[in-house]
Design a protein around this ligand. Sequence first.
Ligand code: UDP
Length: 315
Amino acid sequence: MSEQKRILITGGAGFLGSHLCDRFIKEGYKVIAMDNLSTGSLDNIQHLFPLKEFEFYHHDVTKFIHVPGKLDYILHFASPASPIDYLKIPIQTLKVGSLGTHNALGLAKEKRARILVASTSEIYGDPEVHPQKEEYWGNVNPVGPRGVYDEAKRFMEAITMAYHTYHNLETRIVRIFNTYGPRMRLNDGRALPAFIGQALRGEDITVFGDGSQTRSFCYVDDLVDGIYRLLLSDYQYPVNVGNPDEITIKEFAEEIIKLTGTAQKIVYEPLPVDDPKQRKPDITKAKEILGWEPKVSRQDGLKVTYEYFKKVVLK
Ligand code: UDP
């Protein structure tokens, strides 16, 4: 029998990181989750602590990362990822995307591990090309409030390619589009937890701007499957992973009102600075290279997510 593979997942106590821990445990890997718990939570991984295949390191990846023993893979997912978080901790956001990525790449080089880094559709900024293809270079305001996240992730892609080119490191880059599911934080400011939380508390639903901006929401299990396939592929350039089913935020709010049966109405609030007007992934590459496309409809994904939030809000 081949030896069990060992994987480090930075940001392992976060929304996506914890689902990745679950998936790799299920696939028979030894998993180390690393997190400084600034936006992640032990609640997301407490069910894994009894397993001997699972370890947790409470560590901030902007500091030197030490992991004893062999490592086959690294998933670098540590970062605040919602506008409210990176506006609250802008310097940490820049540091984890730059210094944190540098440390993760250095560790990968030392261990001869393959590394996959979590980039984002935010690197396209407020896109002038629609839907967004990997070849599009983006329209980012470097000095706007989202610049701390967007530019850190752009730097992450650049340094990852440089390690690939100059150190022959095996690297993978995923560009993640809006994703939802259980373990999202209720108060992370994102549209979905905001709307469901408001519905459950009997508050009006706050749509920013006129609600004509679009997003395309991917259910977390689909996203995790795309990442799993990308890690095991031999493709080193960025790949979009997301659901191309596009919807306006106003329609999305109406869907949540219907799903939750709330009697509340939509109220309109000012649009945040540099809020992208449209977003939808072109997933041709993911389909061709990874044989991947999303399977979970928004209707089904939202039902499961609503059940999760009901437990969180009403407990
Ligand atoms: N949004 C909204 N009401 C809220 C929270 C967000 O209308 O209470 C809007 C937000 O301005 C954006 C969209 O919903 O246009 C998606 O926001 P989210 O933060 O979920 O994702 P991102 O902007 O990072 O794509």
